[in-house]
Design a protein around this ligand. Structure first.
Ligand SMILES: NC(=O)c1ccc[n+]([C@@H]2O[C@H](COP(=O)([O-])OP(=O)(O)OC[C@H]3O[C@@H](n4cnc5c(N)ncnc54)[C@H](OP(=O)(O)O)[C@@H]3O)[C@@H](O)[C@H]2O)c1
Length: 318
């Protein structure tokens, strides 16, 4: 089969299309014929050697490796004893995350998936859109249901609102009954209002902390050294949920009794099934910014590095 492999960490040009052996499913696994693979920031982190992850949290990446954790496709073979799925089923999944980063291998024509990581693809959407759901959708879902739920009637600020995680957070926080203020650059305003954002702040023209006050809960998908610039928007006793590492000036937060509650997404077929049902019912939208052929995975990573993504980038495979 054809797959994208990385032999040494480095720039997008290290993503090479190669002939590799088709894998065989073991017990508790299925073989998937990949139709589309979603692109996520950890794919870029793995390609570049995980330098942006704190050393103590950095997983080892085997070389060579096939990147990717998000998939949508058809069940093409069953491992011994598997009864949960049948050949031909259309499925999507976030595979082996976070433990299997660097080994999940979805940038390929076929991939092996643990049965518990999969959910049925909604018939209403194509595989390109289905492949855009897993990691970003599960992150938003698990933050809002397990890690840092919001209260109905609360005011929620979503930073990086137009991106993969952000565009799901905006919609799911509204479903939870929150009033949502979305922060993004200029081109995303109509997109975010269409998704249901109650307010929109263009961070390229407006200081967020000047425009948003007394926010109960900040979900920050941007983080980084400037994270603390958003903290004044959060009320005393409120919550900041970093989706990526950020510097929020902990001493000041402690003085104001602002709690920091973050976590790590994990593979979960059950949660993904609930998301897929919402998407299938038209109650949750998934946006694809751009799709690239598998052979041009390097172009997709170049696009991802330029940033300002609206929704998701995906690879067209089957
Ligand atoms: N904790 C977890 O388990 C978990 C899970 C998934 C992802 N993550 C992390 O979460 C982060 C976001 O992931 P993603 O997939 O959503 O990335 P993404 O699709 O690239 O989205 C990032 C968004 O942030 C916006 N942005 C960039 N700079 C900004 C700024 N200064 N202020 C406000 N918005 C800004 C970008 O668009 P505009 O600048 O045009 O608005 C873009 O839409 C990544 O760092 C990822 O590693 C963590």
């Amino acid at each position: 089969m054809q797959a994208i492999r990385v032999h040494r960490t480095g720039p997008p040009s290290e993503l090479r299309l190669e002939e590799v052996e088709r894998p065989e499913p073991g017990p508790g696994e299925v073989l998937i014929r990949v139709s589309a693979a979603g692109i996520n920031p950890p794919d870029l982190y793995a390609r570049t050697g995980m330098g942006n992850i704190p050393a103590e949290l950095r997983p080892p990446i085997p070389l060579p490796f096939v990147p990717g954790t998000d998939v949508s496709g058809f069940v093409a073979g069953l491992g011994p004893g598997v009864t949960e799925w049948a050949a031909g089923d259309e499925v999507l999944g976030l595979l082996r995350f976070p433990s299997g980063i660097g080994t999940a291998a979805t940038y390929a024509e076929y991939v092996i998936a643990p049965v518990g990581d999969l959910a049925r693809k909604p018939a209403a959407i194509d595989h390109l859109h289905a492949a855009a759901i897993p990691m970003a959708g599960l992150t938003a879902w698990q933050y809002l249901t397990e890690i840092a739920p919001v209260e109905a009637g609360s005011t929620v600020l979503v930073n990086g609102a137009a991106g993969g995680v952000g565009h799901f957070l905006v919609q799911l926080a509204r479903r939870a009954g929150a009033r949502v203020i979305a922060v993004a650059s200029t081109r995303h305003e109509a997109f975010l209002r269409d998704l249901g954002a109650d307010e929109y702040i263009d961070y390229t023209t407006t200081r967020v902390a000047d425009a948003a006050k007394d926010v109960d809960h900040l979900f920050d998908t941007v983080g980084g050294p400037d994270g603390h610039l958003l903290a004044p928007a959060v009320r005393d006793g409120g919550v900041i949920s970093p989706v990526f590492f950020g510097d929020y000036h902990d001493d000041e937060l402690a003085r104001r009794e602002v709690r920091v509650i973050g976590g790590q997404v994990r593979s979960h077929g059950g949660h993904l099934g609930e998301l897929a049902e919402l998407v299938g019912a038209g109650a949750l939208r998934v946006a694809v910014d751009e799709a690239f052929p598998l052979a041009e995975a390097w172009k997709a990573h170049e696009r991802a590095e330029r940033g300002h993504i609206q929704g998701k980038l995906v690879l067209r495979v089957g």
